[in-house]
Ligand binder design. Sequence first.
Ligand code: CU
Length: 139
Amino acid sequence: MRTGLVLSIAMFCCCLAACNQTETPPIDVADAWVRKPVPPLDKTAGYFKIRNNTPSPVTLQKAVSPQARSIEFHETTREGDMTRMRRMSSLTIGPGEQAVFEPGGKHLMIFGFTEDKSLAMITLQFESGKTLDVPFELR
Ligand SMILES: [Cu+2]
């Protein structure tokens, strides 16, 4: 009787954990979009929000796309009237934290971009070796 109760509680918890996982992925990417480059330029920027729902820090190390020659992580900083772009070699997101890539701040700097679809598929690569394929809407 007692064992049965413990078992059913355990099963209930498992279900909760499993259900939770489908609703909130460990790494959650939202609002991903790429600015349509103005021809003849093939350089543009990409923006997104990324949340780390895992209990450990994750480090974003690289972004690649079959539609781009290369992608860098940049950050725009303002010094008085001057805005400058700084290249970030990687970006660490703490547990439960969100990093926001937005105009005027962090962005993906996309070089040699080919606009052949209404979406840009960009793969985010993490230090752990995990990868995440993200569809970026072209705007
Ligand atoms: Cu840039």
